[in-house]
Design a protein. Structure first.
Length: 452
């Protein structure tokens, strides 16, 4: 039995090892496409003028890749150039070594400064072409651009295409063709002319890499525009919510101003025997109140603009209508419980009363939109100084269609503005179980009401 047990154990270990290898191979296979995707993103991400290629890549090995590619090109092309110029072209060891260094080493500079590197390489290539006109065996060989020159030049074109503007790339391409045309006037006999070959290949590489850079620039501009649009959208939402609050507070303040006007106008009749200076003072108070009402109506007309509708003429709601709001939400399929302290509506000032109602309304609308079916509890309590509004919901339970359409649609932005208006505080955030909490503390006497 022990021998059989050892055999089974060895078999299990072999299977586990095979499974581990398979899992590792699968992870490697999944990692390869991810690495290629990141590399493609790095290619499309344009580098700034003072940055090397792939400077914004997320991983260190990706940022070092351009340096590694340039180093490999230099280490490969340098000895090959020297050997080919010495053995095939019979250019002489001194000239071969100097041209090999001049035509390949500047490729290391192309990672960070591709345009100066191109100028150095093009000058070295032109000098090399002139030198090769005096070589012993230039006939039946490529001229003015040797195969090594073409490979190094294409690598340089790729670096340029990923960094420079379209106008610069066009000038580089035309300068390459012009250099080949000028050298054609000094063409030795029996050579293989490579002017057209380099001109076409460099144009293709510049077009491809320039298109990649253009795609990256376009995506970056789109991202910047989206960020600007989002900021403008947030600002517009804030301004719209403030205008809505100002329109609603007009009704609250206008009521008090109307009462002041009526009391000031009726004071001489209600209090007979009033002295003339006192009557004039009451008349001045009534006139000032009427003027203030007129200014408020003109301001309200500007705020409302072209908005019309019977909803603007309806009385402003308050805490006394919370029960109707909760019942309407329950009928829409949202389980809501309400705990409203007796006397809260009477204790709060009109501005606080309206703000508390709107906060609950917007909180319930958000629950219906984002957590349909979640059990929700609304609690309104007050003490001698403030009103506490608390709306807590659990995680979403089922798919209920959002039927609440009377909210502002601006969510937490509107809540913050209403709380700021009354001088209170707002605390919102997710709960550990997946729910959400909205807690607003509003002073019973809103300081903003005195400012309007």
């Amino acid at each position: 039995m022990s021998e059989r047990a050892r055999s089974l154990s060895a078999s299990a270990a072999a299977k586990a090892s095979a499974a581990a290898k398979a899992a590792g191979a699968a992870a490697s296979a999944a990692g390869a496409p991810r690495a290629l995707t990141q590399l493609a993103v790095s290619l499309r991400t344009p580098a700034r003028a003072a940055e090397p290629l792939f400077a914004q890549a997320p991983k260190a090995w990706q940022r070092m890749m351009p340096y590694a590619v340039a180093a490999v090109c230099v280490m490969t092309l340098l000895p090959v150039t020297i050997v080919v110029l010495t053995n095939d072209y019979k250019a002489g060891g001194g000239w071969a070594g100097a041209l090999g260094v001049a035509q390949t080493v500047p490729l290391l500079l192309a990672v960070t400064r591709p345009l100066p590197a191109w100028a150095l390489v093009l000058f070295a290539d032109i000098v090399g072409a002139v030198v090769l006109t005096q070589a012993d065996q230039v006939a039946r060989h490529a001229w003015p651009w040797t195969p090594m020159v073409i490979i190094g030049y294409l690598v340089l074109m790729a670096c340029l295409g990923l960094r420079e503007t379209i106008r610069t790339l066009v000038w580089v391409w035309l300068a390459t063709g012009a250099a080949g045309v000028v050298l054609g006037f000094f063409q030795p006999d029996g050579i293989i002319n490579t002017v057209a070959l380099l001109f076409v290949l460099s144009g293709v590489v510049l077009a491809l890499t320039g298109a990649l850079r253009g795609l990256g620039d376009a995506r970056q501009k789109i991202a910047e525009q989206e960020s600007i649009s989002e900021a403008e959208r947030s600002r517009r939402t804030l301004l719209e919510e403030r205008a809505r609050i100002a329109r609603e507070l007009h009704d609250v303040v206008a009521h008090h101003m109307s009462v002041i006007t009526v009391q000031a106008d009726s004071a001489p009749y209600r209090l007979p025997g009033m002295a003339e200076p006192v009557q004039e003072e009451f008349a001045a108070i009534a006139a000032s109140a009427r003027e203030s009402l007129g200014e408020m109506r003109r301001l309200l007309t500007v705020l409302r603009g072209d908005e019309t509708g019977s909803g603007d003429l309806a009385p402003q709601p308050g805490l006394g209508r919370l029960q109707q709001l909760v019942e309407a939400t329950v009928r829409a399929g949202q389980p809501v419980e309400l705990a409203l302290a007796a006397g809260a509506a009477e204790a709060a000032s009109p501005a606080v009363d309206l703000s508390a109602y709107r906060i609950v309304q917007e909180a319930l609308a958000n629950v219906v939109r984002h957590a349909p079916g979640a059990p929700t509890r609304v609690s309104v309590t007050f003490d001698a100084e403030e009103v506490l509004v608390l709306v807590v919901n659990g995680p979403a339970q089922d798919a209920v269609v959002a039927l609440e359409t009377s909210g502002t649609g601006h969510g937490l932005v509107g809540m913050r503005e209403r709380v700021r208006l009354t001088g209170g505080t707002l605390d919102t955030g997710p709960l550990p179980d997946g729910g959400f909490r909205v807690a607003a503390r509003l002073p019973l006497d809103a300081p903003a009401e005195e400012q309007i």
